[in-house]
Design a binder for this molecule. Structure first.
Ligand SMILES: [Mg+2]
Length: 97
């Protein structure tokens, strides 16, 4: 387990699954707003703000994965399988174009 993983686990233990999933939703909405702001004002400042929000989302996604894996040990396996399937579809579509 990495030091980062220890922090994610401690955060989940301290604040609980539901609170951290609420924060995940909040951070996702902040990233959405940052993407829209950068599209409207494509400046380095807006790109930096988007990078900050993307970092926040990554931190929360890691906690989501760990929390869900506690109840469903195959959760990461399911995610990886889904990602591989979707990447194959994208690759197939790209080959047709
Ligand atoms: Mg944020």
């Amino acid at each position: 387990m990495t030091h980062d993983d220890e922090i994610y686990n401690e955060a989940l233990d301290a604040w609980g699954h539901n609170a951290q999933m609420d924060v995940t939703i909040e951070e996702l909405s902040e990233l959405i707003k940052a993407i829209i702001k950068h599209r409207r004002y494509p400046t380095e400042e807006k790109a930096f703000e988007m990078a900050e929000e993307l970092g926040d989302v990554h931190i929360m996604i890691k906690q989501l994965e760990i929390s869900m894996s506690r109840e469903y040990p195959d959760f990461i396996y399911w995610k990886s399988g889904s990602m591989q399937s979707k990447l194959k579809k994208i690759s197939s579509r790209l080959e047709k174009e």
